[in-house]
Design a protein around this ligand. Structure first.
Ligand SMILES: C[S@@+](CC[C@H](N)C(=O)[O-])C[C@H]1O[C@@H](n2cnc3c(N)ncnc32)[C@H](O)[C@@H]1O
Length: 270
């Protein structure tokens, strides 16, 4: 397990994330001493749909201002900052990849949100918090790196208060074709564990969660990969992941178009 988690972090981790993003913003004419959270959106929301995906999650969470949210596999913190701003909640993010956690902390300081949002290194299958700590938990595009969905859901259930909501927005398998690697979540098939909706729901129900809704966002995903924005944002996932990103995006786009994978949002109560 140790080797596996190291390899997942090796896939994502790379040096110079914040300096690449800041250079691009500076070149695009932004005042780098006065950056707002939204200008990072092209690079800090690492899931299908970008901002739209974070909006789906914020809406599904159904939280009250001041409540505490855990974001599992928080990346460089885009969803956590967006949800904190949108819902007025306090967000704690955990992630396996040290370079992502460092970048998440640095960007959060730059945009003046350290009172609402914090990050630490931590594993989804051994969450570093006590039982019943959070009013709600979420996870965006992380389960594809985790073979043991049962352990993942039992950890989410453990740290979330009774009746709290748990929202998962993951890439799931919807067809039989082989996946072509590299994918955005893994360089090789060895660390890719894309599962079906059935496997997710069984694992969650075994952990005691009750499924409330299922939303397959296949149509949004098709448009996300087929119609790039006519006015591209100043930063993008290439600034986050480096030069390999276009090939990963192309492979993911092809798998979406062939119906082999789809981003699905699941809403549970604990
Ligand atoms: C595709 S990125 C999504 C990041 C973020 N949720 C977002 O939507 O912007 C997947 C993230 O999951 C993290 N991750 C993968 N496996 C993990 C695990 N077992 N525990 C914690 N984080 C994990 C990776 O380090 C990476 O930051």
């Amino acid at each position: 397990m140790r080797l596996m988690t190291n390899s997942v972090a090796q896939h994502y981790g790379n040096d110079g994330i914040v300096s690449r993003i800041i250079s691009a913003l500076s070149e695009a004419g932004f005042d780098i001493d006065n950056l707002k959270p939204d200008v990072f959106a092209g690079a800090d929301e690492f899931h299908i749909g970008g901002r739209k995906g974070s909006e789906f999650v914020a809406k599904a969470l159904d939280m009250k201002s001041g409540q505490q949210l855990l974001d599992i596999g928080s990346g460089i913190g885009g969803p956590a900052r967006f949800i904190a701003n949108t819902l007025g909640v306090i967000v704690e993010g955990i992630d396996l990849t040290p370079e992502f956690v460092e970048a998440a902390v640095e960007i959060t300081e730059m945009v003046g949100m350290t009172e609402q949002v914090s990050f630490q290194i931590g594993s989804a299958i051994s969450i570093p918090f006590d039982d019943d700590t959070f009013d709600a938990s979420t996870m965006l595009h992380v389960g594809m790196n985790i073979p043991n969905k049962g352990l993942l859901f039992s950890e989410m259930a453990r740290v979330t208060k009774p009746d709290g909501s748990i929202v998962v927005y993951d890439v799931m398998r919807t067809g039989e074709d082989d996946l072509v690697f590299p994918m955005p979540w893994s360089s090789t098939s060895e660390y890719s564990f894309v599962d079906t909706l059935d496997a997710y729901v069984k694992a969650a129900e075994n952990a005691g969660l009750e499924l409330l809704t299922v939303d397959d966002h296949a149509e949004m995903a098709l448009s996300f990969f087929s119609n790039p924005p006519s006015d591209p944002p100043p930063v993008n996932l290439g600034h986050l992941m480096g030069t390999g990103m276009p090939e990963m995006v192309a492979n993911a786009g092809n798998a979406i178009k062939s119906g082999t994978i789809s981003p699905v949002l699941l809403r549970f109560t604990n």
